[in-house]
Structures are given as C-alpha cells and as structure tokens.
Design a protein around this ligand. Structure first.
Ligand code: FAD
Ligand code: SF4
Ligand code: SF4
Length: 399
C-alpha cells in the first residue's frame, strides 16, 4: 500500500498537496457533503515519495510556526473608502496593496459568478487585487491558483489558517520561505457548499443569474455588517434594493440585500454551526495565536471598540517578516498597539461545538427541501429541546 493522502479522512481540503505532488496525480474535488477534498485517480502512478503527507497540515499534530513573540494591534486603513468596503478595518487589502507596490504578487480570494464559488487567484496589480476585498464565508477552491504559483518569485499568500499551515510546509520543504509573506485570519469555520448552492438557487428564482455576491456590508454599521448582497445580469436596479458601492468594479450597484439581523437564512445556518466542515469541529488547531502565518487579521470585536461602526481590524504579527510589513504600513494605516486580551477579545478559543443534527442538516441540504423548511422543521425541533418546558408549552398552545 502506498503512503499518500488517500488515507486521510475529513481533511482541511486546502489543496496544497495538488501542487506538491511531483507526478501531478492529485486533484481537488467537491465531496457529497459540500467540501473540497483531494483525490488520487491513478494510484498506480504514485511513486510513494510521501511529499503530499509531509506538507499536509492535517497530517501533523503541531502548527508549522516558530514564533516566539507576537505584536498585537488594533488597525484600520487611513483610506475611508477602503475601510468602508472591507470586512473590518481594511487591513487585509492594505497589506495586499503594500505587497504589490513592493514587487510581490498577491494571492487572494474572489467570488467567481460563472462557477458560483470562492476561489484563490493571483493578482499582479492593485486593481486585480480588489475582488479579494471582503470575506467570502464559504470554502475557497485553491488548486488552480496554488498550482500557478512560481516558488522562485515573491508572493503574498492569504487564506484560512489551515490552508496557510500546509502552504508554509510546502515552501519550507522547497527552502523558499524567503520569497513569501503568509497571511491568515481568525477563523470561525467554513460551511458546506451545499448551503451556498441552495441559498443561491433560491435567490436565482427571485433575481435571475447571479453576477455578483458579497458577504459583508456596513451600510447599517460594522456591528450589523453580516449581510449577503447579490446582483444579477437580468435584474439590475430593481426599485427598493439597496444601493452600495462595489469596490471590485468601482461602480454603484443596486442589489439584493439580506441581513443576518433580519433573519437571513445563510447566516442562520452558518452561525448556528449546522453545516460546518467536520475538521472545523474536530481538528482545528488554529485558534487565538496559533498560526503558521507571518500575519493574522480579524475583526476586533472587543469592548474597547464597541462603539466604532466604521470597522476595526485586529492584526497580529508573529515573525520578523510580519513585523517588518506592519512597520512599513504606518503611512497607509493606523496601528494602535493593544494587549492580546484586548485585540483577541471575543475570538473563538476552541473548535465550534457540533450540533447533534449536523449530518442530518447536510443530508437535508442535499434534498429538495428549501432552507426555510429545514430551518422551521429539523432545526426548530432540535432547538426546542433547549427551551424550558413552560416556553415549549406556550409555543405548542400558540401553534
Ligand atoms: C471563512 C471565514 C471565517 C472567518 N472567521 C473569523 C472569525 O471567527 N473572527 C474574526 O475576527 N475574523 C474572521 N474572519 C476574517 C474576517 O471576516 C475579515 O477577513 C477580517 O476582519 C479582515 O478584514 P479586512 O477588512 O482587513 O480584510 P478582507 O477584505 O475581509 O480580507 C480578507 C482576506 O481573506 C481572504 N479570504 C476571503 N475569503 C476567503 C476564504 N473563503 N478562504 C480563504 N481566504 C479568504 C481574502 O483573500 C482577503 O485577503 C473570517 C473570514 C473567513 C473567510
Ligand atoms: S506520495 Fe508522492 S507521488 Fe504519491 S500522491 Fe503523494 S505526492 Fe504524489
Ligand atoms: S476553522 Fe480551522 S479547520 Fe476550519 S477552515 Fe478555519 S482554520 Fe480550517
């Protein structure tokens, strides 16, 4: 039996093994649960080199980082337009801009409307990097972009902490760490693509084919910015839709707009943890300061900035390289040194707890049931169990 990634179950789906394999026999596929996973179709061509397992973060207990001290800041872009359109303070975009201006290519994640997916891509100009702005709260397809990266050139690579941990192992294996700046973020987890597929197929019935989607919007303030916006080729400018500025095209858009605070169904499923990737529940070793990146970013949700509605990022630098980048950012951004208790307040300390109905929810996402039906049936009945008896009786009487 050859020792390769075939034996891993419920891995991160980071796709770095696709790049690592010298015989190019690994590809990244979507599983029936709606997550990416590597697959080897031609086992007989495997030369048993073990590289895929060596660079695989899922296959190791520890994180590939040697950080000894962490610099911690609250941060935001000095450019109000950037700050308004990024998820928190816009620090991710400013690091990308700095990297491109300093001879790096920047690898970010964009939404691809033709494939209705989030995907990594390589940007060589600041304009190319704009579609990476804003978090896409679904798993990102990495394989094509990672495969195109030339390890002899200079890149900023952004991604989830598990993607970045494998990527760190790959460049260490090839002794090319000096060419790279790695950036990850505090990571809640990624939901099944089945959720996104169902959400968007229901949306298409209302607005037509989707030409644009985003997951955050600060029009009612940063603390209420969990909102799906979408635009369609057929239905631009429907009266009553929200108007917002799209940093990816430099245009104003009229778009479908659905907020978590008003019951948006994508966010109900995502933040209820009803269909997260199994590894996000069982094998995530990347909470708080645990990272293989040079720099980690996130939303600074603590008490100190609770009245700030423009958006504040937390940014941590772990390595001398990360610290150097932040010191070079001083003209583009405001960086306020904060103790870790302040900068990481509100971040998850452990893996997301797994609701007992997680597999059933994923099964129903595969069925013809609508999201509303799943929520008002399976999920509603599950949550009833946590309510005191008197409230359940009251609901029964009302029903
Ligand atoms: C799935 C997911 C879970 C997250 N969970 C948390 C959390 O628990 N706590 C927290 O504080 N922050 C979390 N974040 C990060 C947060 O949403 C913001 O990215 C962060 O506040 C930085 O904002 P920004 O305005 O500086 O940059 P943004 O403009 O939001 O830049 C984000 C960067 O992340 C990359 N990216 C976007 N989507 C993906 C994706 N699907 N996969 C890989 N890389 C991606 C982009 O290339 C970009 O460079 C999460 C992000 C994602 C994508
Ligand atoms: S062991 Fe080597 S050849 Fe075989 S799949 Fe892994 S990387 Fe490819
Ligand atoms: S929660 Fe952990 S395992 Fe899940 S995508 Fe994020 S970094 Fe990877």
């Amino acid at each position: 039996m050859k020792k390769n990634i075939t034996y891993l179950k419920d891995c991160y789906g980071c796709g770095v093994c696709v790049k690592a394999c010298p015989t190019k026999i690994i590809s990244l596929k979507e599983t029936s649960d709606g997550f990416y996973a590597p697959i080897i179709l031609e086992q007989d061509k495997c030369i048993d080199c073990g590289l895929c397992l060596r660079i695989c973060a899922f296959n190791h207990d520890s994180v590939a980082q040697d950080s000894t001290s962490t610099d911690s800041y609250a941060a935001w872009s000095n450019n109000p337009i950037v700050r308004e359109h990024c998820s928190s303070g816009g620090i991710g975009f400013e690091i990308g801009r700095w990297a491109i201006d300093n001879g790096y290519k920047a690898v970010g994640v964009r939404y691809n409307p033709l494939k209705n997916r989030a995907e990594h891509y390589i940007a060589s100009t600041v304009e190319d990097f704009m579609p990476s702005v804003g978090s896409k709260y679904i798993p990102s397809y990495t394989a094509e972009a990672f495969d195109e990266i030339n390890l002899k050139e200079k890149y900023l690579v952004t991604g989830t902490p598990c993607q970045i941990d494998s990527f760190r192992r790959l460049i260490r294996q090839h002794k090319k760490e000096d060419n790279f700046i790695l950036l990850d973020f505090f990571c809640h987890g990624v939901p099944s693509l089945l959720l996104w597929d169902k959400y968007t197929s229901e949306l298409k019935e209302k607005i037509g084919n989707i030409s644009y989607a985003s997951w955050r919007n600060k029009s009612t303030g940063w603390h209420d910015s969990w909102a799906i916006n979408a635009d369609s080729t057929e239905n631009k400018g429907t009266p009553g839709w929200k108007v917002f500025y799209d940093l990816t095209t430099n245009e104003k858009r009229h778009a479908y707009h659905s907020r978590m605070s008003e019951g948006d169904l994508f966010y109900s499923f995502f933040f209820g943890h009803y269909c997260l990737n199994m590894c996000c529940h069982k094998s995530c070793k990347y909470k708080l300061e645990s990272s293989a990146a040079d720099i980690r970013i996130g939303d600074l949700w603590g008490n100190k900035y609770k009245n700030n509605e423009a958006g504040v990022s937390v940014v941590l630098a772990f390595t001398p390289r990360g610290k150097q980048v932040l010191s070079d950012l001083q003209n583009l951004c405001t960086l306020v040194s904060e103790p870790l208790e302040v900068s990481t307040e509100g971040q998850m300390k452990h893996c997301a707890p797994m609701p007992a109905i997680r597999d059933k929810v994923i099964g129903q996402l595969r069925s013809q049931k609508s999201l509303k039906e799943i929520k008002s049936g399976l999920i509603f009945r599950y949550n009833l169990r946590f309510l005191p008896g008197r409230i359940i009786n009251k609901i029964k009487r009302t029903l």
